[in-house]
Design a protein around this ligand. Sequence first.
Ligand code: SAH
Length: 261
Amino acid sequence: MTGTVYLVGSGPGDPDLLTVRARRLLEEADVVLHDKLPGPEIIDLVPDGRREDVGKRAGGERTPQSETNARLVELARDGKDVVRLKGGDPFVFGRGGEEAAYLAAHDVPFEVIPGVTSAVAGPAVAGIPVTHREYASSVSVVTGHEDPTKEESAVDWAALAATGGTIVVLMGVGKLPEYTAALREAGMDPETPVALVERATWPDQQVATGTLETIVDARDAAGIEPPAITVVGAVAGERERVVEFLRNGPDPGPDANAGEP
Ligand code: SAH
């Protein structure tokens, strides 16, 4: 009997943000194939003997996608129920779509278990709503991995700037200087707030803030590294207010002590 492959989203990293289904599958699967993106707390939920790291290899280079695909098919044909655990949501920039297509082409039964994507949860845990009734009616989620100065870049930064909405960039730490410049050249206000959220919900989460003009320096000063989310737009300026509220609770106001003895 062929086993089933479950393409499971882990959420951003806090085990409390796993779905109930994901948690159950992690406990029941014969094998869990993962990389580093689900974060140490979630990976540690799976006993050593039942997991395989298909992320970076000893030499530092990535395991080729073709090897991961072939391994999924091999395990399933061996009768194993396999969890392919992916950071965030499996179909948001995680190559989950490619893995699903490969499994379908090889007649391996599979299911997709959506996860809480870092594109939305990363900003949220830093106090940033990705949409806002007053100043962000849309949100675009894009990859920052490509070089915006290349002609064949698949991301149209000028078109994104023209939406007037929030821009959320995944894989966007390294090319931050290039695409913030591209957005400014496209006419975006250099004062537009920008936030970087590294390892959102991990125990060592870090946030850096600035503007389209200052964020590269802020990144370097804070030592922000991948994985991190970039949020560009007025919503990133909401962070101060939201975070202060989360920290201190409601403003007691001038009459706070009224009525007390
Ligand atoms: N499927 C994932 C995205 C995979 S692409 C999702 O839905 O979240 C990898 C990129 O995701 C990273 O470069 C980073 O930009 C982002 N990312 C994933 N988890 C993150 C986290 N906990 N904190 C910050 N960024 C994260």
